[in-house]
Design a protein around this ligand. Structure first.
Ligand SMILES: [Zn+2]
Length: 118
């Protein structure tokens, strides 16, 4: 159905623009694609569906398909604007350099640190 050549560079650009929060129509404009092509590709990357399962997944799936991203939480999980940092993490770490510094320098008797380490 779509004859688009998804080079690794193009896919990376797509995910980058998506991470920046651009609307799919705008991403399409920048990549020279239709909005539908962008949406279709996002869905395919996110879920790799077998059997055409419709997409209705919580947003965190997009963090997963975007590859490793910093899991440092911003705000409280009950807040509507709660989100994860999303920056590129250090190799083997769940957090980016900035947040790893905070996470791993805290004293060991910190309750929060214990919860994170668990
Ligand atoms: Zn971070």
């Amino acid at each position: 159905m779509d004859l688009i050549t998804w080079t690794p560079e193009r896919v990376e650009r797509l995910t980058q623009l998506f991470e920046e929060g651009l609307p799919t129509a705008e991403i399409g404009r920048r990549l020279g694609l239709t909005k539908n092509a962008v949406i279709g590709k996002l869905h395919r990357i996110a879920l790799a569906p077998r059997g055409g399962v419709p997409v209705a997944q919580p947003q965190r799936n997009f963090f997963e398909f975007n590859g490793p991203s910093c899991l440092w939480p911003h705000g409280h999980p009950d807040d509507t604007d709660f989100h994860f940092c999303g920056a590129r993490p250090l190799p083997g770490k769940p957090y980016c350099a900035e947040h790893a510094a905070i996470a791993y320098v805290r004293p060991k008797d910190s309750k929060e640190e214990k919860a994170r380490a668990a």
